[in-house]
Design a binder for this molecule. Structure first.
Ligand SMILES: CN1c2c(nc(N)[nH]c2=O)NC[C@@H]1CNc1ccc(C(=O)N[C@@H](CCC(=O)N[C@@H](CCC(=O)N[C@@H](CCC(=O)O)C(=O)O)C(=O)O)C(=O)O)cc1
Ligand SMILES: N[C@@H](CCS)C(=O)O
Ligand SMILES: [Zn+2]
Length: 760
């Protein structure tokens, strides 16, 4: 009989309990035990919730205090040398030092590099290996979570990041290939599997999302060797999970690895069932990922049912396509969503209920079949709803001409006009947009939302924050100012709230990294900008200062990528609609006298399809959308863009084709490594390679930033170089921001003086 399971539950808590516990612990307000108690309670609650929703078996070790990739690294003792002492002294302090850096007077440790988890908005910490890395089973987290579940009488399946994906997600400090470490790693995995079996695990889930990527011969060889070695271990039955896409040309490889079960993503790649079924050896069962773990729409249960029927006896589990980490916890909490939308949606808990329904329908339950019909009609109602379409938008989009996606003049010509207009010094200093979203700012917003303070009082509060922020920037000597984004809850949600076609939620929290969460807006219909969204605030800020203030927008690709988007039309069409709305905003900013407009596209890279063959089409519509938003302005208006957490080597042409006058990029955690692509490409426009890591509370020194600037200047023309942090400062506190920016401005001044002296 088919069972219901899932591959991982959101960890943060429906009311972000983990976030609150973490931040309170980091501040020193609560002891470690309080954090462990919250974690313990959340795990139990999530298992119970999934069980009540209808899961027969639930995973364990899907929980993490910060990140599951970091958990895997410390589990196998892949702790880089500088962190060893602190980890040995106190594993929890060591764990958070790896995640967030540590400056305690005695030690000054950077955080590990952080990057995107495949094509999601979740960030993982990049494991850092040595050339002669040794792995031992150091931790017992999977065993402890299994024991916790078993003590509650819950059948749990421990989840481990599979060895090949784990190595492929890491980096070696000598630049070598982490896959060479496989033989050193496998005994530690085998030992753990043995212990899990001894502790009563019937199955273990080995996540190998890398199996949906383009693999080379060495990868394939690594997979064969790894799973052959694990097959030798005295292990529980192994469920190999693949997700975020189809196996494609890796189908035969995955199907024949010596495991007992294979999970396939049948939401992103429903057609792969046909190719996988004939490849499966007789003794292999399938887990069918038939409910979307990446979006919030109710599933197409009829289609899911057909897939399950087609899989026949091979179908052992019904599951979401991937871990539910990427969706919010429980739609029950969403009391204020407009009624039709609420009926159209499903969060983690509801997705498990959908799977239960499917499993029951497969056994012929009459109740289930009736509920199935209700679910199908809710889905059909969404697809047929007039709320989804706006004829005017469609007409305007059809009238877009290619010339609207190109700036009128080439960059060198624009640069001259802009230099004359702006009169900036060499190495202009700026920031990326947001300034600290202090407890006070968030409280004021919460009170305004709750009706405790009126519009006028909220406006006055924000004006004051903005004014103070501008004064701070002036005092620090920054050249191009920002208004600070105090009016924004989030750089995407804020725009979603102002555009028709989007809905926003109250409890749709999804973990982005560590304790940081986002509430992706829900794009359900055609996009219309009923009125200007940022012009008032930007005009207000510009009126407070003689220095240029950048207008600050989130780009179309990023708004698309960080929203839950409609699935009834191609993403490209939705993106163009957003771009058209933003184009109007850019023009309104220009008309209000704003000389610089930054259009952030931090998610451009993350949106890349996982298979290279799909890249050109994506890069074409994504780039075109950005340019549609940006290109309406005259030569004298300077367009900036900003990207963080991205490798640029393989998309540099597409980045260059955006033709932004200035791009700021995250480079400090990789010590300017990410600049290489721009150098190789001879990127001609302005670049601000981030000189300090804003995701860590650590304050960098002037020398450190100067060192990075010198590195940048080794390879860039002086006229190209801008000086800025890696990303926005919203997560930081004012004291650290002041110190860091003071040092940043000093480092730029020092560089200016040196260049001036050299010219003399
Ligand atoms: C740049 N990044 C972003 C990504 N994705 C986005 N959608 N947005 C991004 O900015 N992806 C890549 C990176 C990831 N980085 C971050 C950085 C910081 C955060 C973050 O700080 N998130 C906040 C939540 C932001 C938010 O929506 N805030 C709201 C609600 C605030 C709140 O919690 N209010 C309380 C009441 C407060 C009080 O009474 O004092 C409540 O509602 O209970 C707001 O400001 O209004 C976070 O706290 O995690 C995310 C990603
Ligand atoms: N303007 C945004 C970009 C973040 S990627 C900010 O400064 O927070
Ligand atoms: Zn950023």
């Amino acid at each position: 009989m088919i069972s219901v399971t899932h591959l991982g539950f959101p960890r943060i808590g429906a009311r972000r309990e983990l976030k609150l516990a973490l931040e309170s612990f980091w501040k020193g307000d609560t002891p470690a035990q309080a954090l462990h108690d919250t974690a313990h309670g959340l795990r139990e609650r999530h298992w119970q919730l999934a069980r009540q929703a209808g899961a027969d078996v639930v995973p364990c070790n899907d929980f993490s205090l910060y990140d599951h990739v970091l958990d895997t690294a410390v589990l196998f003792d892949a702790i880089p040398a500088p962190y060893r002492e602190v980890y040995d002294e106190n594993p929890l302090t060591g764990y958070f030092a790896l995640a967030r850096g540590l400056q305690d007077g005695r030690r000054d440790l950077h955080a590990l590099e952080m990057t995107k988890w495949f094509d999601t908005n979740y960030h993982y910490l990049v494991p850092q290996f040595e050339r002669d890395q040794r792995f031992v089973l150091r931790g017992d987290k999977p065993l402890a979570e299994l024991a916790q579940a078993r003590a509650l009488g819950i059948r749990a399946r421990p989840v481990l990041l599979g060895p090949v994906s784990f190595l492929k997600l890491g980096k070696r400090s000598d630049g070598g290939d982490p896959r060479e470490l496989l033989d050193a790693l496998l005994p530690a995995y085998a030992e753990l599997l043995g212990k899990l079996k001894a502790a009563g695990a019937e199955w273990v889930q080995l996540d190998e999302p890398a199996l949906v990527l383009d693999l080379d011969d060495d990868d394939r060889d690594a997979y064969r060797r790894a799973y052959a070695a694990l097959a030798e271990a005295d292990a529980p039955q192994r469920l190999l999970t693949t997700y975020f896409g189809g196996l494609g040309d890796n189908a035969a490889l995955a199907a024949r690895l010596p495991v007992q079960g294979l999970h396939v993503d049948l939401v992103r790649a429903p057609q792969q069932l046909e190719s996988v079924l004939p490849l499966l050896p007789d003794d292999r069962v399938l887990s069918l990922g038939v409910v979307d773990g990446r979006n919030i729409w109710r599933a197409d249960l009829d289609a899911a049912l057909s897939l399950a029927r087609r899989a026949g006896d091979r179908a052992h589990w019904l599951a979401p396509s991937c871990s539910l980490l990427h969706v919010p916890t429980d739609l029950e909490l969403e009391r204020k969503l407009p009624a039709p939308l609420r009926h159209w949606m499903a969060y983690a808990r509801q997705k498990i209920e959908e799977l239960r329904l499917l499993a029951d329908a497969l056994t012929g339950s009459a109740d289930a079949n009736r509920d199935l019909a209700t679910a199908a009609s809710a889905r059909a109602a969404r697809l047929a709803s007039p709320l989804l379409r706006n004829a005017e938008v469609r007409k305007r989009l059809a009238a877009v001409e290619p010339a609207m996606t190109r700036r009128a003049s080439p960059y060198p010509q624009r640069a001259k006009v802009q230099a004359q207009r702006l009169g900036l010094p060499l190495f202009p200093t700026t920031t990326i947009g947001s300034f600290p979203q202090t407890a006070e700012v968030r409280r004021a917003r919460a009170e305004h939302k709750a009706g405790k303070i009126d519009d006028a009082a909220y406006r006055t509060f924000l004006e004051n924050e903005t004014k103070l922020c501008l004064r701070e920037q002036e005092a620090l000597g920054i050249d191009v100012l920002v208004h600070g984004e105090f009016e924004r809850n989030d750089m995407v949600e804020y725009f979603g709230e102002q555009l028709d076609g989007f809905a926003f939620t109250a409890h749709g929290w999804v973990q982005s990294y560590g304790s940081r969460c986002v509430k992706p807006p829900v794009l359900f219909g055609d996009v219309v900008r009923p009125q200007a969204m940022t012009v008032d605030w930007t005009r207000y800020a510009q009126a407070q200062t003689q220095r240029p203030v950048k207008g600050m927008l989130t780009g179309p690709v990023t708004i698309l990528q960080w929203s839950f988007v409609r699935d009834d039309q191609p993403r490209a069409d939705s993106c163009r609609q957003i771009a058209l709305a933003l184009r109007q905003e850019v023009l309104d900013l220009e008309a209000a006298g704003i000389a610089i407009v930054q259009i952030d596209e931090p998610a451009l890279r993350e949106g890349l399809p996982l298979r290279r063959a799909d890249w050109p089409a994506y890069l074409s519509w994504a780039g075109e959308s950005f340019r549609l938003a940006a290109s309406g302005v005259g030569d004298a208006t300077q367009i900036h863009t900003h990207m963080c957490y991205a490798e640029f080597n393989d998309i540099i042409e597409a980045v260059a084709a955006l033709d932004a006058d200035v791009i700021s990029i995250e480079t400090s955690r990789s010590r300017m490594e990410l600049l290489d692509a721009f150098v190789r490409y001879r990127y001609p426009n302005g670049i601000g390679p981030g000189v300090y890591d804003i995701h860590s509370p650590r304050v960098p020194s002037e020398t450190e930033m100067r060192d990075l600037l010198d590195k940048a200047l080794d390879v860039l023309e002086p006229a190209q170089l801008w000086v800025n942090p890696d990303c926005g400062l919203k997560t930081r506190g004012w004291p650290e921001v002041r110190s860091a920016l003071r040092a940043m401005v000093q480092s730029a001044r020092g560089l200016r003086e040196q260049v001036a002296a050299e010219v003399d």
